[in-house]
Design a protein around this ligand. Structure first.
Ligand SMILES: Cc1cc2nc3c(=O)[nH]c(=O)nc-3n(C[C@H](O)[C@H](O)[C@H](O)COP(=O)(O)OP(=O)(O)OC[C@H]3O[C@@H](n4cnc5c(N)ncnc54)[C@H](O)[C@@H]3O)c2cc1C
Length: 421
């Protein structure tokens, strides 16, 4: 149970019926929805509102001029996907007249005055706000993770170009070198992603530097589909990968950016490359604006994704505490749709509908060898609760795994086309 710092908005917010606001579109004034963060969740919400609620004015505030996907970046490390295929311009979304676009970083949200600050002087007022900033990285939880260490140990776990840094550092590893990848405790963005990354780095090393080793330092003792992934690592990569769970000292205790060393289980090692993925929390703007609880994530009503800590503010995507649902692009888009539908109905004087969320993650263990995991979710007992799950089975044929890999490729194409096309 998360500790809630501010309770004054809680009264009366928990039931969907109590959330209904009077329609704002009176005397010619259009209700105004502002969205902070034009990533997966934010774009999905904006597009849903623009399509279904032309009577609502929409403003998007996005810090970057273009979007770079984290998803499918593993395949870039293995030379199975072009780096440029991760980049998406906002041109098509920006051409939608219904969405006013502000290319700026929101610095603060004043939830009392219902305004978003772009600077101390410049503000944007909202009737309802959707906050979708993704994750923030909690470097302080690992001793020594200062600016120098962040360059020395590229995490490559948020948007932007540092997949290029990780890839160039991988290319510089000598045959016979040691690559370390450290995985944080849950919750973190896309639970299977670090294991896909290990697989893709292993594929690259096997192809180019086959005497190299990978040490996986894990902050937990189990991970989803490990009974399918560990045997597949043995099959495809022989003894190249060693996985060290928490109970055998898998936690990184300290990193040193000056000499490239890291400490785990009382030992100091100096790998040729270390991809240290830090612990995570809601994106900085959500935390700075009082939308997150003590655990670092933003508690939300499961029907509308309205913040439990601020009125007329909704939080979606990775930043939200989403019950049984994983933090993934597919889940963020699903939350964007649910939230936009709820906001649209609330602003036009109707009750929100019971939500239906879904999630699906595809990931590669080797070329043409894919796994999948996902499920369906609804609002139950005050939280987002799984109602159905699916995953790749143990002992599937290579043909099935190849079909899953192809389905993952198709998912990427269709998903990004829906958002940015
Ligand atoms: C290596 C890796 C592999 C992954 N693979 C998959 C996968 O296979 N399938 C899958 O479904 N998911 C995958 N994911 C997860 C997926 O990338 C995230 O879950 C998804 O991007 C979350 O969407 P979001 O909208 O919450 O955040 P984001 O997509 O990160 O978007 C946040 C946006 O907010 C903007 N922003 C932040 N702060 C501000 C501010 N103050 N002002 C203005 N703008 C701001 C950012 O610029 C950004 O555009 C993977 C992640 C990683 C790291």
């Amino acid at each position: 149970m998360v500790a809630i710092k501010r309770r004054k908005f809680l009264n009366g917010l928990m039931t969907a019926g109590a959330l209904v606001a009077a329609p704002r579109s009176f005397a010619g004034a259009r209700a105004h929805v502002v969205i902070v963060g034009g990533g997966v969740g934010g774009i999905a919400a904006a597009r849903h509102l623009a399509t279904h609620y032309p009577e609502i004015a929409i403003t998007m505030i996005e810090a970057n001029p273009a979007y770079t996907c984290c998803f499918s970046s593993g395949a870039v490390l293995a030379d199975l996907r072009e780096r440029s295929s991760l980049d998406f311009a906002y041109d098509r979304v920006r051409q939608t007249d219904a969405i006013k676009w502000i290319n700026a970083r929101a610095t603060r949200i004043d939830v009392e005055k219902s305004v978003v600050h772009l600077s101390e002087q410049e503000t944007v007022a909202y009737d309802r706000l959707i906050v979708a900033p993704g994750i923030g990285l909690d470097f302080d939880q690992i001793d020594g993770f200062d600016g120098a260490a962040q360059v020395r140990f590229p995490h490559s776990y948020v948007l932007g170009g540092d997949i290029d840094l990780l890839k160039s550092r991988l290319a510089a590893v000598e045959d016979g070198g040691l690559v370390v990848l450290s995985v944080p405790a849950r919750p973190y963005r896309c639970t299977p992603a670090p294991y896909e990354r290990v697989s893709m780095i292993a594929h690259y090393l096997k192809s180019h530097k086959p005497k190299s080793k990978i040490l996986v330092l894990d902050n937990k003792d189990e991970f989803p589909l490990m009974d399918r992934i560990l045997p597949a690592w043995d099959r495809f990569y022989g003894g190249m990968i060693e996985w060290v769970p928490l109970e055998f000292g898998g936690q990184v205790e300290r990193v040193n950016g000056a000499d490239g060393s890291l400490v785990y289980d009382g030992q100091t090692i100096r790998p040729d490359l270390a991809n240290v993925i830090p612990p995570q929390r809601a994106g900085d703007i959500a935390r700075a604006s009082g939308l997150s609880a003590d655990d670092g994530w933003c508690p939300v009503d499961p029907v509308t994704l309205q913040s439990l800590l601020a009125g007329n503010v909704h939080v979606i995507g990775d930043a939200a505490e989403a019950g049984d649902m994983s933090k993934s692009a597919h889940a963020a888009a699903s939350m964007g749709d649910v939230c936009a539908a709820a906001v649209g109905r609330l602003l036009t004087g109707r009750d929100p509908m019971p939500p239906a969320y879904d999630n699906a993650c595809y990931f590669l263990i080797a070329p043409n060898h894919g796994l999948q995991v996902g499920g369906a979710y609804q609002a139950e007992h005050g939280r987002i609760t799984g109602t159905r799950g699916f995953s790749s089975a143990i002992g599937e044929t290579d043909m099935t795994r190849a079909a899953t890999a192809a389905a993952g490729d198709r998912w990427f194409g269709e998903f990004t086309d829906d958002l940015f096309g």
